[in-house]
Design a protein around this ligand. Structure first.
Ligand SMILES: *Cc1c(COP(=O)(O)O)cnc(C)c1O
Length: 371
């Protein structure tokens, strides 16, 4: 199906993406970058984003699941790829066939990787995962003895990297420092056991901004790469540019009286007669809020509120008694128009979500247009 003529689009600037890559590279040098491309590159489109990053010689890519790695390889991407997920044992062959780097989250899984690689006469590239306080995946930082034991039995594994993950780098300095300290202790312990590991990484976007000490030899930016800051408190501390703009057009215009209402449940009525209301051709099925979300949009350089419940495929916006809009006028949902701007960080704060959720909700029905 062809959605390209749809008036609702997510415009993706690959030039801004490459700009952000270069700003981050300069900010953390000599540390390297693992660009995080999971979930369709945070909704920007997996393959075009990977290609744009390959064009600037990105060091490493990170994805959540093996299937994303497979998709990248099928598109001809040669850059090293780490899969973050916990490894399902039935997928080991996909990693070996596609030259994907394994996450080893336990000694048992490390041994399973080694076993299969040995059977196939191959060597598996592995990054060990250490849990320093996220409580999600990885060998507990206090229990690496068994991991070292396992490594002693792994002749078909190369431990290229080791990593951990911050759980609150945007707002808890003490906890973040403690996680880093635990991670360094584990690296030291492995080194002393005869396993020096050169690629060491722990910093997501919030961790990157929290301090240079978190950069180690590699960083793992997701949000920052797309020009989004983890929280309003950290806004614009680097010269990054938002990569994605989300736009639609006005499809319908009317005026309402105080006797009339808007949307399912008739939850909104004008306060005055002659209230001007426009309808937009997108709704929550496109990832635009939820039925009850309080969203804003920009039309003709001015910000207006969505009124009534957002429908699956449509929503209504009040222009008050003064605002003007015509059919086919451009409407900004994320991005800039004249001096007005709606940022992902603001929507996230207002909806009490993280910026990641706002981006990954923009559904597949919204065509991505690359500029
Ligand atoms: C998603 C993810 C990141 C990137 O996080 P951002 O907050 O978007 O920078 C880094 N590392 C891992 C393991 C992740 O899953």
């Amino acid at each position: 199906m062809d959605y390209q003529s749809r008036p609702t689009i997510a415009e993706v600037s690959l030039a801004n993406l490459q700009h952000n890559y270069q700003i981050l590279q300069a900010h953390v040098a000599p540390a390297k970058l693992m660009c995080v491309l999971k979930a369709e590159a945070y909704g920007h489109g997996l393959i075009p984003v990977a290609q744009a990053l390959a064009a600037v010689n990105a060091d490493y890519l990170g994805v959540a699941i093996a299937e994303e790695g497979l998709q990248l390889r099928r598109a001809g991407i040669k850059t090293p790829i780490l899969v973050f997920g916990g490894l399902s044992l039935n997928q080991i062959d996909i990693y070996l066939d596609q030259d994907l780097t394994f996450t080893a989250p336990s000694d048992e899984k490390l041994l399973a990787i080694n076993q299969r690689a040995k059977e196939r006469g191959m060597t598996a590239k592995v990054h060990l995962k250490i849990d320093t306080g996220m409580g999600r995946l990885g060998v507990n930082w206090q229990r690496v003895d068994k991991l070292i034991d396992a490594l002693n039995h792994c002749s078909h594994v190369v431990t290229e990297g080791i990593y951990s993950h911050f759980s609150q780098a945007e707002n808890n300095e003490a906890y973040t420092k403690q996680q880093l300290q635990r991670f360094k202790q584990v690296i030291e312990q492995l080194q002393q056991a005869g396993y020096p590991i050169s690629i060491q990484h722990i910093a997501n976007s919030a961790g990157i901004l929290a301090g240079k000490e978190n950069h180690l030899t590699m960083i793992r930016p997701g949000l920052l790469l797309y020009g989004i800051f983890p929280s309003l408190a950290q806004l614009d501390v680097l010269d990054l540019k938002p990569v994605l703009s989300w736009k639609t057009h006005v499809v319908y215009f009317k005026t309402l009286t105080t006797q009339e209402s808007v949307g399912y449940g008739a939850t909104w009525q004008p306060e005055n007669d002659f209230e001007r209301v426009v309808t937009l051709p997108l709704g929550y099925a496109d990832g635009f809020g939820q039925s009850t979300s309080q969203m804003s949009v920009i039309i003709r350089g001015k910000s207006y509120k969505v009124v009534g419940k957002i429908c699956m495929d449509q929503c209504m916006v009040s222009l008050g008694q003064e605002g003007t809009a015509y059919n086919n006028d451009e409407v900004i949902l994320i991005g800039k128009q004249d001096s007005a701007e709606i940022r992902v960080e603001q929507i996230a704060a207002q909806q009490k979500l993280c910026p990641h959720e706002i981006l990954t909700r923009i559904s597949a029905r919204v065509p991505r247009v690359y500029v």
